[in-house]
Write a protein that binds this ligand. Sequence first.
Ligand SMILES: [Zn+2]
Length: 347
Amino acid sequence: MSFKKIRTVLLLPLLSINSLIAQDLSVKYAETITQDDLKMHLSYIASDELEGRETGKRGQYLAALYLADQFEKLGLTKIVPLGKYHSYFQWFNVAAKGKRQTLLAKDQTLPDGFEELASMNVLGFLEGTTKKEEVIVITAHYDHLGIGSKGEIHNGADDDGSGTSAVLEIAEAFSKAKQDGHGPERSILFMLVAGEEKGLLGSKYFADHDPVIPLHKIVCNLNIDMIGRKDEHHESDEYIYIIGSDKISSELHRINEAENIKHTDFLLDYTYNDEKDPNRFYYRSDHYNFAKNGIPVIFYFSGVHEDYHKPGDDIDKILFSKYSKITKHIFYTAWTIVNKTDRLIID
Ligand SMILES: [Zn+2]
């Protein structure tokens, strides 16, 4: 055995002890993501009181206030400039006509027959330690369809109350880690966007009009939209559709797969990742406004079901066991990306 080999053998136990410690820490904080906590957030977000959270309407504002309140409790930083201060809210205007809405840029005049409504994204920032200039962005949309023509409330428990509550839980896990002195090396922006259902308006506003974090600093975007139900294509509920992971960074794709093998062992379904798939989901949720700028993304999705965009998308149909496991998986993937030595490679 050469000296080099002996040295390698001697070093191995040390390395694995280090990685075990790091892994144990991630497990410790993943355990703070619980079914009960997800249920607590979702019970409010998907309640009738929020009137279906339609962009520019009262229910959306109530949801935004709740989210900001949660960010405040977690000690997340306000980063949207507001006069001399900073805010959790990134305001933007939309032109609305009935259920139709489009972004209204600052210099744009309101088209005839439209009314102007105000909407906002909710941003909470957790500053990193050694690589704080590099930021990973975790998103979900908190708006939904509002109230239908017959007065029926679309609570959108799965779409996307599930993603919204998951972001709150992931934020809590990282905040607790930071309080204990194990804060992420890179920074994390938790962003709950509005206007997704009207055409990805909130994420488009962030990316095209007012990126509060310059886009070149953004390492990747993990976007969560509908992870609480099961579709008809699967027998077991232990699966998740992964969309976009290999399109910009094959390293991101590998990390996501490795974390799943280590902790969750779900079936990762790439059906909708196929460019030829007619659903074109890659272009249909908020991650796309990052991906179109060359930022690596993963879109986590558990598929459509009979209540998709119907008033029956309620909390009593959420599969909390599956839902909490997916949330933990996203946390583990994020943990690895924020703490790894080098920034994700784009290839
Ligand atoms: Zn959605």
